[in-house]
Design a protein around this ligand. Structure first.
Ligand code: NAP
Length: 251
């Protein structure tokens, strides 16, 4: 079989798993690309590159130059720009592309969820709910929309410290998932949280906070995902592998 060169846009646990499994495939060369914002997994097989490509033109040129046969966009469900850039660049370079997007979360009986379309709407929802003690788990780069809330004690949780910190007053908790139910019950209890704010990131690593909020009867403001660009979407690593196999160039 001819060799297949696959570019994986990474930044998720699914991307890491996919790269591991692709590297085990015969006649597949896999290159993993990171934005360079977070610490990268140390032991990834294959080539690793870091940093932006320079928009649609830049990525299209990279795809055409090697040339790559396939592109898997396994960036985070809330990656704001990369999925659109990847779609346009792949179309320009004529390289088949798939979006690997893990399924979002769904409420269970007893949940007090309030779905909102974006972060400013989440801040608005906190006003409407008259929340007083709020845990923000939206990430250190997504705090600014909550800066104008008056009379609300905000607790932020992120892997790295917010820098700059856009909130005039907040308690900063630094922690890296995965978190278990016990961790989450303890955190929510310690800070006497009445409302949790989360993006609908999906997956298991940070899901126990939802169960903890349900058990404690807390309100949960859930920020909806941005829509993926038109084109094929798969939800699991196994489906992404099947897509790669189905789209490998034939001799
Ligand atoms: P973004 O808005 O979608 O991307 C901004 C720019 O960063 C892109 O236009 C691209 O630059 C570059 N970029 C993003 N992902 C890249 C990758 N895998 N390889 C090379 N360049 C990449 O993304 P973001 O929200 O800032 O997130 C950055 C990274 O962190 C993403 O890879 C994402 O998967 C991960 N992440 C994001 C979140 C979140 O909530 N947003 C959470 C966890 C992890 P050029 O246009 O110059 O190519």
């Amino acid at each position: 079989m001819t060799r297949t060169v696959v570019l994986v846009l990474a930044g998720t646990s699914e991307a890491t798993e996919l790269v591991g499994r692709l590297a085990g495939r015969e006649n597949v060369d896999v290159v993993t690309s990171f934005a360079g914002r977070t610490t990268e997994p140390a032991d990834l097989p294959g080539e690793v590159r870091t940093g932006g490509f320079g928009g649609v033109e830049g990525l299209a040129a990279v795809l055409a130059a090697r040339p790559y046969d396939l592109l898997v966009d396994a960036t985070h469900p809330f990656a704001a720009r990369m999925p659109q850039v990847a779609a346009a660049a792949a179309a320009e370079a004529g390289v088949p592309r798939v979006r690997l997007l893990r399924p979002g979360w769904h409420p269970s009986p007893g949940d007090r969820w309030h779905r909102v379309r974006d972060l400013p709407a989440a801040a608005e929802e906190l006003r409407r709910l008259r929340s007083r003690r709020v845990l923000l788990t939206t990430g250190r780069l997504d705090l600014a929309p909550f800066a104008g809330l008056a009379g609300v004690h905000l607790v932020t949780r992120s892997i790295e410290a917010p820098d700059p910190m856009p909130l005039p007053e907040a308690t900063v908790v630094l922690a890296r998932g995965p978190f278990d139910l016990g961790d989450e019950l303890a955190l929510l209890g310690e800070h006497r949280i009445d409302t949790l704010v989360t993006k609908d990131s999906g997956g298991t690593a940070t899901a126990p906070k939802l169960e903890a909020a349900r058990l404690l009867g807390l309100d949960v403001v859930v920020v909806d995902r941005p829509l993926p660009p038109p084109g094929p979407v798969v939800g699991t690593t196994a489906e992404a592998l099947a897509w790669v196999d189905a789209h490998r160039p034939r001799p």
